[in-house]
Each structure stands twice: as C-alpha cells, then as structure tokens.
Design a protein around this ligand. Structure first.
Ligand code: FA5
Length: 344
C-alpha cells in the first residue's frame, strides 16, 4: 500500500498512463491508449484480475480504487482527445482553429540510448589520454578482419556459420581488431588510437550474446611500450566508466594476433573486490581480451618488430554497459521498450 492507501500496482498503472498520455499527439495515439488501458484485454481489466490475491475483507476497497482509476482515465482520454480535435479543426467549422486558453501539449525530449552514452563516456576518457579516435568499415575484407591478424584459413571463426559473408572476400566485420590493421597501414608511427563500432557474428541471441553488438578497440604502437602501460590505460578507462577506482588483472589467454595475450579482469566496482551479487561473489569481472601485438602482425603491415612494439585491447561495449547499469540481459538494449530505455 502507498501512503494514500492505494495499492502500489494501481499507482504504478496510473503513473505509466500519465507518462504515455503526455506523449500522445494524435487521435491514433489516443485510440491506442484507450485500447491499452480501457479495452477488453486492457490494463484496467487485468487489474481486476488481481482481486483474487487480495484478502477478502479488502477486496471492496481494492475494486473501488480500480473504478476510480478507470473513471479518471476515461475523463483524461476524453479531455486530451477534445484538445487534439480543437487543434485539427479548420476554418470551415464553427469552432475555433485553436483554443489558446487550453494547456499546451507537452514536448517530450528524447535522450541518448544507453549504449551511445557509454560510447560517449569512453570517447571522452580516451581523448583525455591523448588517443586519436578512428573508424573502420562495417563491411570489411577478409584480409583485414582475418589474414593480417594471423587468423588462418582453417580458423573456426571464418566459418560461414559464425560470420556473415557478403561475398567470398567480404564480410560484416566480426571484430574491431580489423581497424588495428587499417590504422597501422595508414598511420604514421608512433600510433595511439581507439575505435568503437558495430560488429556482427552469427551468434544466437541469449542473455549475453546478440548478433550485432559494439566493441571498443585500442591500439598503441611505439618503441618502448609494455604490459604496464596497457594495465595503466585499462585502469584509467574502467575507473572513468564506473566512477570508482578499479584494479586490472590479466589472465593468460590466446588470441592469434597478440603474444602474450590475456583475458582482462577488473576488480568489481560495486563491492571493491569483496564479492557481491553483481560479480557473482568473485570480486572481479571479466571484460575482454588484450595483449602485446604479435610480431607477425607488425610484419604483415610492414612495421619492423625489432624497432616497434605495441599493445591492443578489444572489449564488448554492451557487456560494459550491462555491468555499469546491472542489466542481466543484453536483449533489453535492443527491444525498443520505451519503459526500459527511459531509465537511463
Ligand atoms: C575479440 O573480438 C578480440 N578482437 C579482442 C581483442 C582485441 C583481444 C585486441 C586481444 C587484443 P572476443 O571474441 O573475445 O575477442 O570478443 C571480445 C568481446 O566482445 C567479448 O568479451 C564480449 O564482450 C564481446 N562479444 C563477443 N561476441 C559478442 C556477442 N555475440 N554479443 C555481445 N558481445 C559480444
């Protein structure tokens, strides 16, 4: 029960209705709203379905709250519909074209999608560390996405069951690592770049996978860089995203284009490493791959590995957003559910 004694479920229904009716700008919007709330299978009808869960002595009161809400909605829908009708009347009718005494139809401002917000935060963080922001191609050739990254012909990730092929030599890029190759081909050394964008894989969608997702890729090539620099940059990046100091830990792992390669973990920003529900009591969270650029990859783009070396990292942006906002299903970002998106 709320403070005024109305059950929460009724108040929530009213609050959602208020939000939606503020956004209604056409007779069609109003009709949809009427069906959604007052229709035969509408929200009001489903509220009555909850009566069974109420103790018998409180059912009368519960029912009269629903009736009150129903009357309120009917009146509100009628009044907004009248306002809209007045707006649309033309000079041939007797009624005024526009009644200036009526309250205005509120203009509802949209806002950025949570993934775009994270991308903008990451861009600010990397610009502050003097990185150049570069973009690549979403339709990429197999040389930049695979060959130049030491991913050989027989590698399973090249299989058409894993990768969307446009033609035998072009694909929808599976990783932003392709941008590393283009940056090394085009850039003057030393290099310090970051790139973000969409990637595509034929992964079935589930709570942590989506066939289209975003990655962030970073690459530094210089004469004297090492794992400590990589660790420092990733620490700054994650501290910036979560707004609290995190620590980075590397666990050896294999990616054909880095040697040594690592899966990268950060200490859980929510419990500081003590263990909580977000990190599954592990005290840390795995966020993506990283490592020192493989000498053969440098050779593939005519950089002499005896003079230059580099490090790279590639992380999923949806996974970072899921951690930051504690969302347990990636699909929520792409369902276009306005109630979900409005929270950010
Ligand atoms: C790579 O794509 C490497 N290119 C990363 C890298 C870059 C390693 C530079 C070393 C140096 P991986 O396949 O693990 O690695 O993908 C990286 C991240 O992308 C994953 O950790 C995950 O966060 C995200 N990701 C991968 N597939 C999906 C998917 N289907 N849906 C959502 N996120 C995904």
């Amino acid at each position: 029960m709320s403070e005024e004694g109305k059950p929460k479920i009724i108040e929530e229904c009213k609050a959602k209705f208020e939000k939606r009716i503020q956004k209604a700008t056409t007779a069609e919007d109003i009709e949809k709203l009427r069906i959604k709330y007052l229709g035969r299978k509408g929200e009001i009808r489903s509220l009555f379905g909850h009566i069974q869960e109420i103790p018998p002595e409180k059912r009368g009161e519960f029912g009269s709250h629903i009736n009150e809400l129903k009357t309120y909605m009917e009146q509100k829908i009628q009044s907004v519909s009248d306002q809209l009708e007045n707006f649309s009347l033309d000079a041939t009718t007797e009624k005024p074209y526009c009644d200036l005494t009526l309250p205005g139809v509120p203009f509802v401002m949209g806002h950025q999608h949570p993934i775009s917000q994270i991308i903008d935060d990451l861009l600010d963080i990397f610009r502050s560390m003097n990185f150049d922001v570069v973009s690549g191609y979403e339709i990429e050739d197999t040389f930049h996405n695979f060959d130049a990254l030491n991913i050989h012909q027989w590698h399973p990730s090249r299989n058409p069951q894993d990768t969307f092929y446009v033609d035998p030599e072009h694909i929808l890029r599976t990783q932003t690592s392709a941008v590393q190759i283009r940056a090394m081909e085009n850039g003057t050394l030393p290099l310090r770049i970051v790139s973000m964008g969409r990637c595509y894989r034929r992964d079935a969608s589930d709570a942590t996978h989506y066939p289209v997702f975003h990655q962030i890729e970073g690459l530094v090539i210089d004469k004297n860089v090492n794992f400590c620099d990589l660790s420092g940059i990733l620490t700054e990046m994650m501290t910036g995203v979560f707004g609290t100091r995190v620590e980075v830990r590397f666990l050896p792992s294999y990616f054909p284009f880095v040697e040594p390669g690592a899966e990268t973990f950060i200490s859980c920003p929510f419990c500081g490493g003590k263990g909580c529900n977000v990190c599954g009591k592990a005290g840390e969270i795995e966020l993506g791959g990283s490592g020192m650029v493989h000498p053969q990859v440098l050779r593939n783009v005519n950089i002499d590995p005896s003079i230059y070396r580099g490090f790279a990292f590639g992380w999923g942006i949806e996974r970072i957003a899921m951690m930051k906002y504690q969302i347990d299903d990636i699909r929520l970002f792409y369902d276009n559910n306005i109630d979900f998106l409005e929270q950010f």
